[in-house]
Design a protein around this ligand. Structure first.
Ligand code: GCU
Length: 421
């Protein structure tokens, strides 16, 4: 590696580490703030029932998040063709069906495709399903040698053998710890996953991924109210859902969208913006996910807009160092999923994501679930570590750091068995 690259990597590391170091982690320094009431319209009118919520408040909140946080998808685009790249009735030691399905999209003379890796339990005729993106390619979530390695751009990670932005055989199975495929299949659920970089490479560059398929004339980037990468990734999950609706082996009424961290933010937005998802699991989504922005604890709106300028729409920058001006907060994003079940999870050492802010996001979303007679978070104090609260709104904080663990999946499976009907 040449010196310049090493220097750049070093500075990127130091600046992320120092950002985390500079952040506020002192509860006594959390500013005073007034949280918007999800059951009060912007014009002050009170919402008293689920009908009024659906007719008036839900659309105005959804519209605000669309125009000012994640960005609007500039148009509709259906799957142009579905190609089954590979299929086996004898996967995972014979207990699962494996499919690798490529979804192709065409618009304005441009093409994009992404591959959905699907495992379905043979024991179930029409399987409920978890769907979520992975960070380093489908082949990283399992040791299964048949899983195709993506040719898309990937962030370098020498410890996974990723150099020159290309995924390789060396990274097969490096993320099995985050996926618990066997447990999922044994519980009677299917699992579908997509490499997020195939939908939009995770870098501040709008000339690649899905965005250019929607450009008009010589447009170079989305408008200020149009989609950043999180909305693009969410769009991809909705297109995967279009496919699930066509696949008879999948119960499309029981698809739970899952994601970790930036992809946990994505799962929340996918669930909020597409009602076909039966439930949402958001693992440690932090700022711009479930954590309340107005707390300014750990990562802040300014920091995230600076470090990852491509994740949100440009309009979100109006709230950098200006969270008090936000007429919404992230509890209202969670509320948009009501009455469908939603699970938020934190990790004790993941202070950058603000575990308390994530808990409060779930807590303050609760009144909207209650409009439907559903149970949300009923205690105002955070639960102890490793003591999940599992209602229609679920929450846990586990020991350990920013990651997805077996403990997390055990809780998600148990909860989904109870709440996804
Ligand atoms: C960074 C970023 C977070 C994000 C996380 C991740 O830490 O600041 O907002 O959630 O990456 O996706 O792992």
């Amino acid at each position: 590696m040449n010196r310049l690259i090493l220097c750049l990597l070093f500075f990127a590391f130091v600046s992320t580490a120092s950002a985390q170091f500079d952040a506020n982690y002192d509860e006594s320094k959390v500013p005073e703030f007034k949280l918007p009431d999800p059951l009060k319209m912007f014009n002050g009118k009170k919402i008293r029932n689920s009908k009024k919520w659906e007719k008036n408040r839900c659309p105005e909140l959804l519209n605000f998040f669309t125009e000012n946080v994640y960005g609007e998808v500039p148009g509709e685009l259906a799957i142009s063709s579905v190609q089954i790249l590979e299929q086996s009735e004898n996967a995972l030691n014979g207990k699962a069906i494996r499919k690798q399905v490529d979804l192709v999209f065409k618009n304005h003379g441009k093409t994009l495709d992404f591959t959905v890796l699907i495992y379905l339990p043979k024991s179930v005729e029409k399987a409920p399903l978890f769907v979520g993106y992975n960070f380093y390619g489908n082949h990283t979530i399992t040791e299964d040698v048949e899983v195709i390695i993506s040719g898309s751009w990937a962030r370098n990670n020498p410890s996974f053998g990723i150099i020159n932005n290309q995924l390789t055989e060396q990274s097969r199975g490096v993320r099995t710890n985050r996926w618990c495929v066997d447990k999922i299949i044994d519980a009677g659920f299917g699992l579908a996953t997509i490499y997020y970089g195939e939908v939009d490479p995770d870098k501040d560059d709008f000339s690649d991924g899905i965005h250019p398929l929607f450009y008009i004339d010589d447009q170079q980037q989305p408008a200020a109210n149009e989609w950043g990468s999180i909305a693009a990734w969410s769009w991809g999950l909705s297109r995967a859902m279009d496919y699930f609706e066509r696949d008879n082996a999948i119960d499309e009424s029981k698809v739970v969208v899952f994601g970790h961290s930036r992809l946990g933010k994505t799962a929340l937005w996918a669930g909020a913006s597409d009602e076909r998802f039966a439930g949402v699991i958001s693992n440690e989504p932090g700022c711009g996910g479930a954590a309340l922005s107005k707390r300014r604890f750990g990562e802040t709106v300014w920091r995230i807009n600076n470090s990852f300028p491509h994740w949100f729409c440009k309009n979100f920058r109006n709230y950098s160092k200006n969270e008090e001006a936000l007429p919404v907060d992230q509890h209202e994003l969670i509320a948009l999923i009501a009455p469908r079940p939603v699970y938020i999870a934190s990790a004790e050492e993941d202070r950058w994501s603000d575990p308390k802010g994530e808990f409060l996001g779930a807590l303050y979303a609760t009144p909207v679930f209650e409009l439907y007679g559903k149970k949300g978070i009923e205690q105002t104090e955070m639960p102890g570590v490793n003591q999940p609260i599992q209602n229609t709104v679920a929450y846990h904080i586990r020991t350990g750091e920013h990651d997805v663990t077996e403990f997390d999946w055990e809780q998600y499976i148990k909860w989904a068995q109870k709440f996804i009907h």
